[in-house]
Design a protein around this ligand. Structure first.
Ligand code: ADP
Ligand code: MG
Length: 701
């Protein structure tokens, strides 16, 4: 077979032709023979299994029945007519229905002849029917039964209505096997094949389409999933290696005065093991010649700030400046205040720059930055303005990454001749599985341990009709001097109704918690930033006891005295959002509570979300459940990674295979970075071909 034979346009395959080719392109994205061979079945049906009509169940299912047609009738309908055949076996009667192609069908099918029909059942008005069944005579069926497991290919409404049925797909794929003699170029190295006991490419392709038995099917699936994940990992890891070798960073060789003084004399608490480990990872990165590009994941309250500070001290020790960017003004102020306090004894110059920094102050900051007098700059995206010029920015830290776009991130980079080291911090746990496949090219550090002595937040689920009890609980907590959040959902499509809920809730709280004994803050997205800020500040200062809000408080706000988080209509929030909201409490020494309020009507997913929240506070575990419920696409817009376009592997279910794939991709690149070793020629060729056809998910066979 010629090397690029499989790149032949699909039109040339016998039995396809130009109109079918158009459909295949439009509906399934199949352009070439290659694409066709990689159209893997969704599932298989056991063609040795036959149903009796009396065994059929009301819910629709794909079934195969042997029987006879006893007669035809035509029934007029809105447009045209439909053809109905009465189909009988020894246990009962059902109908076969055609809306198109009736003449041909009526002429070619005979009554009182034994047929095998296959299709998806319908139950209507006390009768079972099979619309547009696949149908063949028993003799033809028996002689054609080459494989007991029949593949079911992905399809679309349009394909089947235009006559490209599953049967037709099987035919054309069989044709491709005939044309190629079933021989396909191997795409994995011999070493991998033998070490992982994988079946070869030709056997895998044959058995994925036309499995000889369950065992061979399993081997074929394993091999093809491995291959798919292997080349993705190879690509991600290579990208990372190239990044590291091409993009030079400032090597921070010294650990000096600032870091050591702080570490020895001013650290306000003992670092957790996880914090120490992560600091080591960051130090190793910044000490190398490559630019650091690291994601720091740590659940809310896990202590990312101190890690950020100590990383910035390393930059300062090497004569560089550092900056910390946060998504909101409130967060920047909190960081500024916290870090100023921590740095007090070190004689470090820190400033805050946000949208509301006054012009005179702004000018002063700009000058101090350029002269190098200013060591650390903290702020919002105001840091990205062109006027902000550093003398020598060595480290840029971005807090709560998901609020910033990639474009903004790279803008920070361009503030220097050579890019600064970049540390992105996020409290949104990305499941390891997903992180590995999507961010395989980013380095990741994880703080997976909370500081000692934290009391776990008590989480309960309460129904709306228990509101009075909940209110009493709030009153008790306020009596103890604590503060309370009450959060309402605000989901865009529903904005008007949601605002009404929020305002109704606010009013009812105002009645139950009247002034002057109680003060209530309210914050939502329709308020002017200044008003929002004012209300937030009142709560932060403890002037108000209750904060009624939409999810605007989700990110970062730190009020250690707040001990109760009430989430209204909790079933409407996503899991990660619930987890983020809960993280607003439990920041002080007191026992904290999260109360999830709902009505009685709950979907299954809604129930799972609530149960998960009540069961665990482990952000990674929650993220895994979230991933299972929503699928990878919704979690973080992973479209760009192509992870949704996996042809055969499933990053959740096939996590084990992913680990293998990653392990081997890493190992091979470690030994042979450029894949120059002749033993790796197969891998190099495949990799190149994938890159050439711009689609790593399309294999060259
Ligand atoms: P986050 O990761 O959510 O940004 P922070 O850095 O704000 O968390 O830390 C949360 C709280 O925990 C802060 O009050 C901080 O001072 C405290 N903290 C952080 N690390 C430790 C530690 N090792 N021991 C005790 N308290 C810590
Ligand atoms: Mg934080």
């Amino acid at each position: 077979m010629k090397a690029n034979y499989l790149q032949t346009p699909i039109d040339y395959l016998k039995g396809v032709g130009s109109s079918r080719a158009d459909l295949l392109r439009k509906e399934l994205g199949i352009h070439t023979y290659q694409d066709l061979i990689n159209l893997f079945p969704n599932r298989y049906i056991d063609k040795t299994q036959y149903y009796k009509i009396s065994q059929l169940q009301r819910q629709s299912a794909e079934i195969q029945i042997i029987g006879k047609i006893t007669g035809f009738k035509e029934v007029a309908q809105k447009r045209g007519k439909r053809l109905i055949a009465t189909f009988k076996d020894e246990t009962g009667t059902m109908e076969l229905v055609w809306f198109r192609g009736q003449k041909w069908i009526k002429d070619s099918l005979k009554t009182n002849k034994t047929y095998v029909v296959f299709g998806k059942t319908n139950w209507f008005a006390g009768k079972f029917s099979l619309p547009h069944p696949e149908i063949e005579t028993l003799e033809a069926h028996e002689s054609s039964l080459s494989s007991a497991m029949q593949p079911i290919y992905p399809s679309t409404e349009k394909l089947s209505s235009r006559g490209i049925t599953n049967r037709v797909l099987i035919k054309i794929i069989q044709q491709l096997f005939i044309d190629t003699g079933g021989r396909f170029t191997e795409t994995l190295s011999n070493a991998l094949l033998s070490e992982l006991k994988l079946i070869n490419k030709s056997a895998a392709l044959l058995n994925i389409h036309f499995p000889k038995n369950q065992e061979l099917l399993a081997s074929a699936q394993f091999r093809l999933k491995f291959e798919e994940l292997f080349y993705i990992q190879l690509q991600l890891i290579l990208k990372n290696l190239i990044h590291k070798s091409k993009i030079k960073g400032f090597p921070f060789n010294q650990v000096g005065h600032y870091f050591n003084t702080f570490f020895k004399s001013h650290l306000p608490f003992e670092l957790t093991g996880a914090q120490k480990r992560v600091l080591k990872e960051i130090r190793a990165d910044m000490g190398s010649n490559a630019q650091m590009n690291r994601l720091l994941q740590g659940d809310v309250g896990s202590g990312k700030t101190i890690v950020a500070l100590m990383s910035m001290l390393m930059a300062l020790d090497n004569g560089f400046q550092a900056c910390l960017m946060a998504p909101t003004e409130i967060l920047s102020i909190q960081h500024y205040q916290g870090l100023t306090e921590l740095c007090e004894p070190l004689n470090i110059k820190i400033e805050l720059l946000t949208g509301s920094t006054k012009t005179a102050k702004r000018k002063q900051i700009h000058e101090a930055l350029e002269s190098g007098e200013l060591h650390i700059l903290i702020g919002t995206h105001a840091l990205l303005e062109d006027k902000v010029k550093f003398k020598n920015l060595g480290l840029a830290i971005i807090d709560e990454q998901h609020r910033f776009g990639v474009a903004q991130r790279s803008k920070l980079w361009r503030k220097n001749t050579s890019p600064p080291h970049v540390l992105v911090m996020t409290a949104t746990p990305i499941p390891r599985t997903l992180a590995m496949s999507v961010y395989g090219d980013l380095d990741i550090s994880i703080i997976d341990e909370l500081p000692p002595g934290r009391k776990a937040i008590k989480t309960v689920h309460r129904y709306d009709n228990n509101r009075l009890k909940v209110f009493k609980f709030i009153r008790d907590e306020i009596k103890l001097g604590r503060q309370v959040y009450v959060v309402y959902p605000l989901i865009k499509e529903n904005a008007t109704m949601d605002y009404k809920d929020l305002m109704d809730g606010y009013e009812s709280l105002s009645r139950d918690f009247p002034m002057p004994e109680y003060q209530i803050s309210i914050v939502h997205g329709k308020m002017k930033p200044a008003d929002k800020d004012y209300e937030m500040q009142r709560f932060i200062k403890g002037e108000t006891q209750i904060m009624v809000a939409t999810t605007v408080i989700e990110v970062g706000v730190n009020v250690p005295n707040a001990s109760v988080m009430i989430i209204e209509s909790a079933e409407r929030f996503g899991l990660s959002q619930l987890h983020q909201l809960r993280g607003r409490v439990g920041r002080g020494a007191e026992q904290s509570y999260c109360i999830l309020m709902t009505g009685h009507k709950l979907s299954n997913d809604g129930k799972t979300r609530l149960q998960t929240m009540v069961r665990t506070s482990d952000g990674f575990e929650i993220a895994e459940v979230d991933l299972r419920l929503r699928g990878p696409g919704d979690i973080m817009g992973t479209q760009q990674s192509g992870i949704l376009n996996l042809k055969i592997a499933d990053i959740i279910k096939d996590n084990d295979i992913l680990q293998h794939a990653r392990f081997h991709a890493k190992k091979i690149l470690k030994e042979d970075r450029t894949l120059a070793n002749p033993d790796h020629a197969v891998i190099l060729n495949t990799y190149r071909a994938l890159a050439k056809y711009k689609n790593i998910w399309n294999y060259i066979s």
